[in-house]
Design a protein around this ligand. Structure first.
Ligand code: BTN
Length: 254
């Protein structure tokens, strides 16, 4: 384990780099369960994450040393629990902006917070919001970005990495600093109540926004256009004349 900082930023003021861990999200949770006081903005970074977790109980697979797998500790006490999704929006925008600037071409956010290039996934975010009743304990923002990996498990479809897109390797520490700085800024905007643009920007950068595509819900396929995101995070798809609202797990992209 190595303790460090990402210079001048609140995110990464305490950077713990691990050689190998099951999951950086689990590591943070375990440390906090042991009542270990950790400052807000602590980043846990792993070179090898051997039991990485994705959304919906999926695994997050990442070749050791090739990619970024890290988690950030936040205390977003200023956010009403019903507005938790604003944190997903702020983090997704920060990642999307940074990656777009690194590869020089547009990435998109696939609702709720996957990062896509064309029809392939580059990265994902697993945010675990821990509340006690209506009071925040903490949020763990786990981020996985495929950076220099070129070969992927055959079972995973539609996946790519930054180096596969641009044809050259990227320095992981430079990308981590840029991501931390961008998340730092977006989080500060959220904290300062200066986030009116976030939902609009999120929609502008949303994968499949306003174009006709195929989806499935309850085993029934349909075609529609993503037309809105509710502040609580539901996805709205307009099907014919009707606007349907979906929570996580209620809709599948075909
Ligand atoms: C997803 O797209 O399903 C979310 C992937 C999140 C992966 C990251 S890697 C760092 C952190 N630790 C984990 O176990 N998961 C997140």
């Amino acid at each position: 384990m190595q303790n460090n900082t990402i210079s001048g930023l609140f995110i990464g003021q305490n950077l713990i780099s691990l050689k190998s861990v099951d999951s950086t999200n689990n590591y943070l949770k375990n440390q906090l369960a042991k009542s270990k006081p950790l400052p807000e903005g602590t980043v846990i970074l792993a070179e090898d994450q051997f039991a990485g977790r994705g959304q919906f109980e999926n695994k997050w697979l990442s070749q050791p040393g090739k990619n970024l797998t890290f988690s950030i500790l936040l205390f977003p006490v200023f956010l009403a629990p019903l507005k938790q999704f604003l944190l997903n929006i702020a983090v997704s925008l920060a990642i999307n902006d940074t990656i777009t600037s690194f590869i020089g071409c547009d990435c998109k956010i696939k609702w709720p917070n996957d990062i896509y290039f064309k029809d392939k996934k580059i990265g994902g975010v697993l945010i675990e919001n821990i509340l006690q009743g209506s009071k925040w304990k903490y949020a763990i923002v786990g981020i996985g970005i495929n950076v220099n990996q070129l070969q992927f498990d055959d079972r995973i479809k539609n996946i790519t990495s930054l180096s596969a897109i641009i044809g050259k390797e990227l320095a992981l520490d430079t990308l981590l600093s840029a991501l931390s700085s961008s998340i730092n800024n977006r989080y500060n905007q959220l904290k300062g109540n200066d986030f009116e643009n976030h939902i609009e920007e999120y929609k502008k950068n949303l994968y499949r926004y306003q174009s006709m595509h195929a989806y499935e819900s309850n085993g029934i396929p349909f075609e529609g256009r993503i037309t809105n995101i509710k502040p609580e995070g539901q996805l709205e798809i307009t099907v014919g004349d009707e606007v349907k609202s979906f929570s996580l797990k209620e809709v599948k992209y075909l």
